[in-house]
Structures are given as C-alpha cells and as structure tokens.
Design a protein around this ligand. Sequence first.
Ligand code: UD1
Length: 417
Amino acid sequence: MDKLIVNGQRNISGKISVQGSKNGALPILSACVLTKSQVILHNCPKLSDVYAALKILNELGCKTDWQGNSLIVDSRDASAYSISDELMREMRSSIVFFGALIGRFGLAEFSTPGGCEIGLRPIDLHIKVMEALGTEIKNENGRISAKAPNGLSANNYVFQFPSVGATENAILAAAVARGTTVLENCAREPEIADLADFLNSCGAKIKGAGEGTIVIDGVGSLHGTEYSIIPDRIVAATLLTAGAMNGGNIVVDNIVPSHMRPLIPVFLEMGCNINVGESWMELKAPKRLGRVKHVVTMPYPGFPTDAQAPIMAATTIASGTSVFTENIFECRFKHVPELIRFGANIKVEGRMAVVEGVRRLYASSVAAPDLRGGASLLLAALAADGLSEISNVHHIDRGYENIENVLNQIGADVRRM
Ligand code: UD1
C-alpha cells in the first residue's frame, strides 16, 4: 500500500497546468459505448477511477488504447451488456454505464453500487428516470436486470432532486430514444454540459445541458468523434487551496474560470487575492487566512461538496471560526478525526462542522478516509510543521493524477513510498 511522506511548511507557488476532469471523463467513457465507433479523447486523466471504467469497457468488448494523454476507445465490437459485481464495487460511479448499455443493447445488467465512505449512494433516481424512458427493471438481491423490449421512448420527466449521475444516465438513454425528451430539475454541473457536448459531437441533439431544463431529440445512431475533456475544477480548487494555506502565489492554468465561480467567494472571504484570465486563475495568499463564515454545500452552481474537505483543511489554520453544512452526502466528515490529529480544532454535530482556526498544525500520521477527505489531509500535511505520513493513498489516486509530482512542481516536498 502506498504512503505519502510530506515535509510541510514549504512555500507553495508557481504556475501549474490542471489535469482533465475525472467526473467529466467517466460519463464520457460510458457514452463511448453508444457510439458503436471509434472515439479519440484528449485530456483524459490517468486515474484509478478511469482505469476502472476502462476495465468495464473491456469487459463489454470495447478496445481501449492510450496514446500519451489521449485515449482511443473503439466500441464497434462491444457485445456484452453486463457489468460484473467486482467491477461495480471497484467504482460506484459505474452506475453511469446504465444509460449507455440500455441505449445500445436494450439490455443492461449490473449490481447496485451500495453505500460507500461518504454515504448510502441509493440509485432510486436513476431507476425512476430510466423507467420513465421505457425500461423494465428488476432488482434481485442487489443485481439489477433492465430491458427495453420495445426500445427506449422519449418522455417528459422532472427529477425530484438534481442528481448528477441520474441526469447523465437520462441524457445517455434519451440521446438515442424515439422522440423528444424534456428533463426538468436537472443537475447543472459543468460535467453534464461536457457529456452533452461530447454526445452532440457524435451527432446527438441535446439542448440546455448545464441548465435546469434539458431537451433531447433522440437520434437513431451516433458516430465517432475526437473530443477534449474539460479540466478538473476540484483539482484546480485543491491546488489553489495548497497555495492559500502556504503563503503562496499560485496560478492554475488550462482551466475554465467560469467553472470556479462557486469557489471564488470563499477564497475572497479568506482574504486571498484572485485574478482571472481566459484559461487561468491566480491566487495570492494573505499573511494569515481569514475564516469563512458559513460554507454550505449545494448542487451546482452552489458550493461543491467535493471541495468541502479541502476548504475545511484551509480553515483549520484561519483566524476565527468557520462553519460547514454538508447538504449533499450523509457521511462526508470522515476527514475530521484525521485533521484533528494535526492539531485542528473541529467539532461535528450531524451535518454541521465548526472549525476554530489554530495558529499552526503539527505533523502527524493519518489515513485517507476517502478521495476528497484524503486531499484535505494532504493539504493539512503541506501546512504542518514537520514530516507527516498519509496512508490509504489509493483513495487520493482515484481523483488526482500523479499528485506528488504536481505538488512538487509548485514547491512542495512530497514523496511516495
Ligand atoms: C457526482 C460526482 C461526485 C459529486 C456528486 C455531487 C461523479 C462521478 N461523481 O456523484 O464527485 O460529489 O456528483 O456533486 O460525477 N441520490 C439519491 N438517489 C439517487 C442518486 C443520488 O438519493 O438515485 C443522492 C445521493 O445519495 C447524494 C445526492 O443524491 O446524497 C447527490 O448525488 P448525485 O448528484 O447523484 O451524485 P453522484 O452522481 O453520485
């Protein structure tokens, strides 16, 4: 099992290019199944979650091949419509293959993803919208079999909650359904628009993705394409936070600045100076970070739940009291006991965490509890006095490509063991 050894309190400054988006790549990899052709994806991040999606594609009969940072997916010979329990467990976001499988084969088989480190992860919203699009679904002891014997048919559907994954599955299925589907109360995350842009470049007719209402004219078939995945806004936020916590002047490059809008007010409230260019954002840290009065996680364009843990790490050394309310996932404070090991002062009450900023953090030995929680521990270790050790790095590797190399390029001292 890999560990990261972090020599803290180095100045984190400089310009760094941001990897492609994990949450953008995963639904697009699933969408490749729908195309029945060859797709070239640029800016695809090399992450364990992406490798898990490639295993699924291979299990379905697709060919995959890396050429540098570009990935070629050929789904012409795909013939299987079943995802093994083992691969479903490896990555719970595999549920996003549902819409593509049913769209391509009229059949899909997979296991319910089950709970994980951050919450229960039910799939009721996915099931309901797929039923509305003409799918018959059976759940036998956690194994789902779905079929659309008469093909998928368009419908008007209002999501009870703007689930990212359920919106993506609905787009995938409706893209090839008969007729025009209108989806309302959709998730508005940039990764939804990325999926729609990809599908449109394959011949789909999707309008409004990234807004609450999405209108999809089903098309008979899709063709191959060459497409570049959007940059990862959560990785960008993590790197900016590293600069903010370590007196830095940092520029994240190759980003889409508008995707960072929900985060900017928080950095400003902490006293950071922000400059934004066409494809970059610069953060200059103050002498000491100020507290953030109240961080409330919400669906986009609200503050992202994926940035809650990283920003909490920053508030542990801010002057004053910061309050966090986690509205999206039930158990997303598992990093708190580990942050406390660095000397942070945090109290959790249900979905709320109260952070009293301390003057300094001390090196510690901690275990990453989940992906973003792991990132928050890495941030704490970068700001702590001394040599820290982070275990369970596989969680961090799910979403951060070569994290130690990236951080070392901007002044950190991180080694993998
Ligand atoms: C996606 C992101 C994840 C991010 C999350 C919220 C990917 C691969 N992952 O996850 O990084 O944290 O959006 O921005 O893109 N829910 C239900 N029933 C369902 C589906 C969801 O109750 O059928 C609940 C979930 O348990 C959770 C909330 O809705 O509490 C949000 O989930 P959702 O938006 O679906 O997140 P994901 O697509 O799983």
